[in-house]
Write a protein that binds this ligand. Structure first.
Ligand code: FE2
Length: 416
């Protein structure tokens, strides 16, 4: 696909994801970690304006001198910004003005792309444009997780969309194919290559490629299901301190965790909020919306552990990047099947840190990933909310261990 067509497709997808929401719902900010839809629409546009247009087209006037303060997320190198938890206070600019901002920047980016020819192409500018497309895809997923949090905690549990595009969505969970017992795949000990090899796009945190030694291990062929997680709950998993890391146990006490986020009991049945509204928990679907601490406690209860990110990558490296992603428009996990990718991100036992030899690039874009390498855990594999084509075996997602609003689940590992 030509770059200009890719640009148009990614930008149009973001607008399409926001379209089912009323302007009021696009203002909702349910917590500092979650941003309003309107802010995602504007921030992704600011990224192109700031990092692509400003250097490539110096005489391009900024759409609005105040937008940098409103829509800069965390780049210290490009100036001050509004506090993250106050993004929901921005009734101005209006949603219509944000869409006008998108169109204005899109026109300028497309003019620039059309003006570049042959050897005169601005390689650095084009590389940043590609980074901007992957950045926008990340925000497409965040838009959905943030909308889910904003709507799913409202008493009425309103659905994100009224019309469900895929008939399989409404299939009763009990009619779904039952997941068989967990099978483990065995891996011999040895030295493996970890990280991106530099061919094609990758985020800076995926490199440098390097070698690592792995002890022999076993990895579950599919993620943990809701049925399996319910067994942990029924066995008092949330009440047994010996299963929990100390920090996780503190969260259980402070926040009253008794089930995954969005689960609630109604008339004796476990229900879960989905982007299509409240529905019975699908027993053979991968459990989602658990924290790293819950994943770790479940693994201990199950006589297993979480995989390291190197083990995960070793298992994923020799297979295709196929799975259930957001292009299905289902936005909810399907029945758990064997495979490394899709449905739910999988918490690993690995703290998010730099690979050997990693140096954040110079300049503001060096702040993209490197400065977050503390106090977070790595997740792998992508989810039903991740855009198809966005994932790689080397892709490293990261969130604080207590985070539950992402589509995060569990895959088990064992020592051989
Ligand atoms: Fe961003």
């Amino acid at each position: 696909m030509r770059l200009i067509d890719r640009y148009r497709a990614v930008r149009a997808r973001t607008v399409a994801l926001a379209a089912p929401l009323s302007p009021e719902d696009q203002m909702v900010q349910s917590m500092p970690d979650a941003s309003p839809t309107k802010w995602h629409l504007a921030h992704t546009t600011w990224f192109f304006e700031t990092f692509v247009l400003a250097p490539a087209v110096p005489d391009h006037p900024p759409a609005d001198a105040g937008y940098g303060f409103l829509f800069n997320s965390y780049y210290e190198g490009v100036g001050r910004r509004i506090e993250r938890g106050r993004r929901g206070q921005l009734s101005r600019p209006s949603l219509a003005e944000v869409h006008a901002y998108r169109r204005q920047v899109d026109d300028a980016v497309e003019d620039w792309l059309a003006s570049e020819r042959g050897d005169s192409r601005d390689r650095a500018g084009l590389a940043t444009l590609v980074l901007g497309l992957h950045h926008e895809q990340q925000h497409q997923e965040l838009l959905l997780t943030d909308v889910k949090h904003g709507l799913g905690l409202q008493p009425g549990r309103p659905a994100y969309r009224a019309d469900v595009p895929n008939a399989t969505l409404t299939a009763a969970p009990q009619r779904q194919a039952a997941a068989g017992p967990t099978r483990f795949r065995a891996f011999e000990e040895g030295i493996v290559s970890i990280g991106h090899d530099g061919g094609g796009f990758a985020f800076d945190n995926e490199g440098p490629r390097h070698r690592a030694f792995l002890q022999a291990f076993e990895l579950s062929e599919r993620p943990v299901t809701c049925r399996e997680y319910l067994a942990f709950m029924k066995d008092d998993g949330y009440a047994r301190a010996e299963l929990w890391l100390s920090e996780g146990w503190r969260h259980v006490q402070l926040e009253g965790w008794r089930a995954p986020l969005y689960w609630e009991r109604r008339d004796g049945e476990w229900m879960t909020y989905t982007l299509d509204g409240l529905r019975p928990v699908g027993l053979d679907e991968p459990v989602a919306h658990v924290s790293h601490f819950e994943a770790d406690a479940f693994a201990r209860w199950a006589g297993a552990r979480l995989p390291t990110e190197q083990e995960w990558e070793r298992a994923a490296a020799d297979g295709p990047v196929t799975g259930h992603f957001a292009d299905s428009d289902r936005f909810h996990p399907g029945s758990a099947t064997s495979g490394m990718f899709g449905d739910v991100w999988q918490w690993t036992a690995s703290a998010y840190g730099p690979y050997p030899g990693f140096r954040a690039p110079a300049g503001a874009l060096g702040e993209y990933n490197g400065k977050f390498m503390s106090s977070q855990m790595v997740l792998r594999g992508g989810s039903c909310l991740t855009p198809a084509g966005h994932l790689r075996a080397t892709y490293r997602n990261f969130f604080p261990p207590e985070a539950r609003w992402q589509m995060s689940g569990i895959r088990l590992a064992r020592d051989a």
